[in-house]
Design a protein around this ligand. Structure first.
Ligand code: MEV
Length: 278
């Protein structure tokens, strides 16, 4: 291995989905943001701060970092579009029919409005950094038993069995996603807690929230906050991470400590894939 290769290191961020998970697989929009937990590859050893299988995009960050590493290793021009395309192919092998949102936000970073119109047309816009950055507490409800691919397949089966009902849920999710966009980008006066709660109810209607996660969400609501699953969710055990919001964050932290919940905070709107200096 020459020196240049020995010193090659790339990193890609994890993500959270603010709104639109699952619906985004079926052509509805999603709002995603890159976070300050990263996965890096150096000399083919992998290091990651992103919880695995928790809804924070660890597999997408791996796919993005891997394709970026390959590109850099070959000495090719740094090409985000190419990195993203290749990462999407890796994600497809892993999850069957993903939307491509996770790898796109891990590639480009920031806040993204994302929509998969068809397999070959995926549109996204990088949003301006919100004037007032929402502050969430991330609560890990536990690793789901089901993989992301299984959760995507589960929702597809429900869509096939109850087309009108599930399509109506998707449309309602789209409304929440649009309201959240207006809240973040245009500073419209929505109640963030209510949007989060509405989003959660719709995800529960889809059936992607486990009993364990629902109980934790009820605790947050009992303390005056709102919380939603972020990512694919889970059914039998945990549902991965939830985004918890409270106008008075101290109250949320207090209840989380009292109930010994596994919590952490993240910075939103972070940089996408990058070459690291080593
Ligand atoms: C997973 O992080 C998000 C899902 O919407 C799947 C996808 O977008 O590919 C559940």
């Amino acid at each position: 291995m020459n020196n240049q290769k020995r010193n090659l290191k790339v990193s890609a961020p994890g993500k959270i989905i603010l709104s639109g998970e699952h619906a985004v697989v079926h052509g509805y929009p999603a709002l995603l943001t890159a976070v300050n937990l990263r996965l890096s590859i150096k000399n083919e050893v992998i290091h990651s701060d992103i919880p695995v299988g928790g809804g924070m995009g660890s597999s997408a960050a791996y796919a993005v970092a891997k394709s970026a590493y390959k590109q850099a290793e070959k000495g090719e021009v740094w090409d985000l579009e190419k990195i993203n395309k290749e990462a999407y192919e890796i994600e497809k092998r892993q999850h069957g029919n993903p939307s491509g949102g996770d790898n796109t936000v891990s590639t480009y970073g920031g806040f993204l409005w994302y929509r998969k119109e068809s397999e070959n047309l995926k549109v996204f816009t990088k949003l301006k950094t919100p004037k007032s950055m929402p502050r969430f507490l991330i609560i890990n409800t536990g690793k789901p038993n089901e993989s992301t691919g299984e959760m995507i397949a589960f929702v597809k089966t429900r869509l096939q069995a109850k087309k009108r009902e599930i399509e109506s849920t998707f449309r309602n999710i789209e409304q929440v996603t649009k309201s959240l966009l207006e809240y973040l980008v245009e500073g419209k006066n929505y109640d963030l807690k209510e949007l989060i709660k509405e989003n959660e109810e719709l995800l529960e209607d889809l059936g992607v929230v486990s009993k364990k996660a629902k109980e934790i969400i009820k605790l947050v609501e009992g303390a005056g906050g709102g919380a939603k699953v972020s990512g694919a969710g889970g059914i039998k055990d945990g549902s991965g991470v939830i985004l918890a919001y409270h106008a008075n964050m101290d109250k949320l932290i207090k209840v989380s400590r009292a109930k010994k919940l596994n919590t952490f905070s993240v910075k939103l709107g972070q940089e996408g894939v990058r070459l690291e200096r080593v």
